[in-house]
Write a protein that binds this ligand. Structure first.
Ligand SMILES: CSC[C@H](O)[C@@H](O)C(=O)COP(=O)(O)O
Length: 366
């Protein structure tokens, strides 16, 4: 019997609180992911520029977490700016804030999705007369930002429940990067949600986490997050992915997504494509898990910008040189997995199966 979202909330409580909005002083407090797991430091964000910088520097990272942060960033655009006196000025300021936030990172679609949603809400509220003062507008925007957070959490529970249908007791799941509660801001996660719910329901499941060079989201974040929740996790190098699958140590692959196109191409952390191809070759089911806010039904695969980051992320590990100082480096941090390798895409609205070009639009727009 399938549990309801409410029932899951009774049996599962997230251990981490990565994003906290404080109404009393209009502050967004984020757990600094660039320092984990060695230091657990919370950082206060009070304006748009510091919010965009925190996204750019990956103090907050992961597609849904970036979306939630950007939503609150739009609130901060007004709460931090005492020069905004009229509703027209407020909309101009929000338009400016959206441009700053949208340029922080290019690949995760949730960023633009969240800022567009907040700007549309503000424009409608002003036009319809629902907001007659700046304070009324701010209050409506706070409600909307919280709604983005709450909807994300509920979606992750739904994804977890659908994902549970693909898990058996004693299964081992291979993942990539960190698609847990740190990446989504809620403490639960997308790809890690089925495993966490399985544990909460008494199943014995474990995870294999590749370290995910160069930023080490796997070894620093996924491993930390799962250990905090008492879930068995084994850390491997990115180069061991093929062997663990070949040796029969993996029952399924579950990864998150930064952007999914209408034909089923999945953009996710670099290394995902390799996992998908090997899984397909060996008959291991490969699932991408993402809320419908991570779908981009308009773009084509070649139009999506794959973020390239600082070459020093590859030349060094946390500041320690591991290559000749000036070696030429190519550091793309996402890749794209073609639909033919994907057994299913797990969303809060259900599991989408091939043919994706027919089924994605139908389910996402439902
Ligand atoms: C659930 S977040 C999206 C992905 O699943 C996650 O693995 C990822 O690629 C995040 O990238 P990041 O560069 O760390 O922001």
């Amino acid at each position: 019997m399938k549990l309801t979202v409410k029932e899951v909330k009774e049996v599962y409580k997230p251990k981490l609180l990565p994003i906290i909005w404080k109404d009393e002083n209009n502050t967004l407090t984020i757990l600094d992911q660039s320092l984990l797991p060695f230091q657990k430091v919370y950082v206060d964000l009070k304006d748009v520029d510091s919010t965009a910088l925190a996204i750019k520097n990956m103090q907050v990272r992961g597609a849904p977490a970036i979306g939630i942060t950007a939503g609150y960033g739009m609130v901060l655009a007004l709460t931090s700016n005492k020069n905004v006196k009229t509703l027209d000025e407020a909309i101009r300021e929000l338009t400016r804030a959206k441009a700053i936030l949208d340029s922080a990172r290019p690949t995760a679609v949730n960023l633009v999705w969240a800022t567009s949603r907040m700007l549309t809400l503000a424009k409608n509220a002003v036009e319809n007369g629902n907001a007659k003062t700046i304070n009324e507008l701010i209050d409506l925007m706070k409600v909307e930002a919280k709604r983005i957070f709450d909807e994300e959490y509920d979606a992750e529970i739904q994804m977890g429940l659908y994902g549970l249908e693909k898990l058996n007791d004693s299964d081992t799941v291979l993942t990539q990067c960190n698609a847990g509660g740190l990446a989504t801001g809620t403490g639960l996660g997308t790809a890690l949600s089925p495993v966490k719910l399985a544990k909460a329901l008494g199943m014995n499941v474990s995870v294999i986490a590749p370290e995910t060079r160069p930023w080490l989201q796997g070894s620093r974040l996924t491993v930390y997050e799962l250990m905090e929740e008492g879930i068995k996790v084994t850390l491997i190098t990115d180069t061991a992915v093929g062997l663990v699958m070949y040796r029969g140590m993996v029952n399924s692959v579950m990864v998150g997504a930064d952007r999914i196109l209408r034909d089923g191409h999945v953009f996710n952390k670099i290394g995902t494509y390799k996992e998908a191809v090997i899984a397909h070759e060996l008959g291991i089911p490969f699932y991408a898990l993402a809320p419908t806010s991570s779908f981009d039904l308009k773009s084509n695969v070649n139009e999506i910008k794959i973020e390239e980051r600082d070459p020093n992320e590859v030349r060094t590990i946390r500041g320690i040189p591991i290559a000749p100082e000036n070696v030429n480096v190519y550091n793309p941090v996402f890749d794209v997995t073609p639909p033919k390798y994907i057994a299913g895409i797990i969303t809060e609205k259900g599991i989408i199966y091939p043919p994706f070009h027919e089924n994605i639009k139908r389910i996402v727009e439902r």
